[in-house]
Ligand binder design. Structure first.
Ligand code: SF4
Length: 467
């Protein structure tokens, strides 16, 4: 890693940029416009959120708050858990810990740093981690391995068997940094009694691990507050997804990122509820007016992303969708499988139910929630088994009236690369145009943003989508 890259901590840089970005919304419109002329490197990413009004500003606040918690955790006497987007945060917040989600930290670096995260990606390999691993973790992991971010007190992941490249990142970090590590395991099935029992026992062992390693205890009242907040958030998300079925979709494309990004970072906290409430208000307004959530209020086509999105600098992916008047119907990261979710119709046995009566019911509810996190649910078993990737993609495509489905992943996605052509074939056989993009969502060096949009343009034109 170059010496100049070691000058500032990665998490501090993110906080510093995002904190200023959040504060830029406090002034008048004129002040904001003048500010934009002075910050050519950050203007586009800032505007990608600010022009969405209150939800955009709330999301900036959430990001700034999240990074602030991260850099000041130890000063505030809090323990830090390095974790994955597949790990639901409520249990960690109930323990009064600071969860630091590697993938979220990577995305933040990818979208706000002009130079991206290449140096940190490569640093992982410099110290011995494999270059064929997932860039979603590696982008930020390099900074943690280099000591350029808060030192975690524990590491928790839940992807062994689902995505081993993900799990290996956390195992490597644990070994390299000598930090206690817990990995939740997942059987290939989800809904049978043995799998449920396994998930719950494993989750209880996680709780024991956290207690032993941090000295923190689980307070029933705190747990109930977090769990009730989670339930409220699930209901808001369900309402939003229900409205997304309308043609044209009243949901602005960027809400996809706001919904799952907010959840991965602050699920169970009030700050995320406030964001969802604000998003829902805008969506309801659009629905009442019968307009699309795109900037032009028009909708030419509807696209569903069957895995993840593309996190190139300045959030250009969502802008591109918006500019082309394509409604973003969400990605796999959009679905959490709470009870009552619109996509769970006729699949009720695949959902989790939050119960707050006793300590045990709350813990079981969170165990069930954790076992249905995006990717953990769909990629754990054969792609075409009930409740897995094909089932969920097909269900969402039909429910949301998708005109096409697209796959974006990373070079490290061995599990999804092994199945994606079959998935695409099966979707095509059912009449849904499906495109596989050979790009890396977090590393533009694999394929440039321009190469990606060329492919998207070509696909949309050739398949006459939206015509
Ligand atoms: S499935 Fe792909 S994107 Fe998801 S964690 Fe694994 S390698 Fe990364």
């Amino acid at each position: 890693m170059r010496r100049e890259s070691r000058e500032y901590n990665y998490d501090w840089m993110l906080w510093s940029i995002l904190d200023h970005a959040a504060k830029s919304c406090d002034g008048t419109k004129k002040e904001y416009e003048n500010l934009c002329t002075l910050i050519p490197h950050f203007r586009d990413v800032l505007d990608a959120l600010v022009r969405h009004g209150e939800p955009g500003r709330l999301f900036l606040n959430l990001l700034s708050d999240y990074c602030q918690r991260c850099i000041s955790a130890h000063d505030n006497g809090k323990k830090v858990a390095l974790t994955s987007f597949c790990v639901a945060t409520p249990i960690l917040y109930a323990f009064d810990m600071v969860p630091v989600c590697l993938e979220a930290m990577t995305v933040l670096g990818t979208i706000v740093l002009k130079r991206g995260t290449a140096e940190y990606l490569d640093y992982c390999c410099e110290v011995g981690f494999t270059e064929t691993s997932c860039s979603a973790q590696r982008g930020a992991l390099g900074a943690f391995l280099a000591g350029l971010a808060v030192r975690p007190d524990i590491i928790v992941c839940d992807s062994p068997g689902i995505c081993d490249t993900n799990a290996n990142s956390f195992a490597f970090a644990s070994s390299y940094l000598d930090i206690p590590f817990y990995q939740l395991n997942y059987p290939p099935s989800l809904t049978d009694e043995r799998a449920t029992r396994y998930h719950r026992e494993d989750f209880k062992n996680l709780i024991v691990f956290i207690q032993e390693q941090t000295g923190n205890t689980l307070d029933e009242d705190v747990l109930r507050t977090v769990v009730e907040e989670t339930k409220k958030q699930d209901n808001l998300a369900s309402e939003l997804l229900e409205l997304q079925r309308i043609v044209p979709s009243p949901v602005p494309g960027i809400y996809d990122l706001l919904l799952y990004g907010g959840k991965f970072m602050t699920g169970g906290l009030k700050i995320y509820t406030t964001l969802l409430e604000s998003m829902l208000e805008t969506v309801k307004r659009n629905a009442e007016r019968g307009v699309s959530g795109t900037t032009s209020s028009r909708e030419k086509a509807r696209g569903l992303f069957c895995y993840i999105d593309h996190y190139t600098t300045n959030m250009r992916f969502w802008d591109w969708m918006d500019y082309n008047e394509i409604a973003h119907l969400g990605s796999l990261l959009f679905t959490f499988w709470q009870e009552g979710a619109v996509y769970a119709e006729d699949h009720e046995n695949e959902t989790y139910r939050i119960e707050t009566d006793t300590m045990d019911t709350m813990i079981d509810s969170l165990a069930d929630q954790m076992s249905r996190m995006p990717m953990v649910k769909q990629i754990r078993g054969p792609y075409d088994a009930p409740g897995m990737w094909l089932d969920d993609s097909l269900g969402a495509a039909r429910l949301l009236h998708a005109d096409f489905v697209a796959y974006i992943g990373t070079m490290g996605c061995r599990n999804t690369w092994g199945m994606v052509k079959l998935l695409a074939r099966d979707l095509e056989n059912r009449g849904i145009p499906t495109m596989v993009l050979y790009v890396d969502a977090f590393d533009d060096r694999i394929a440039s943003w321009e190469a990606m949009t060329d492919k998207m343009d070509e696909f949309i034109a050739l398949r006459r989508i939206g015509l």
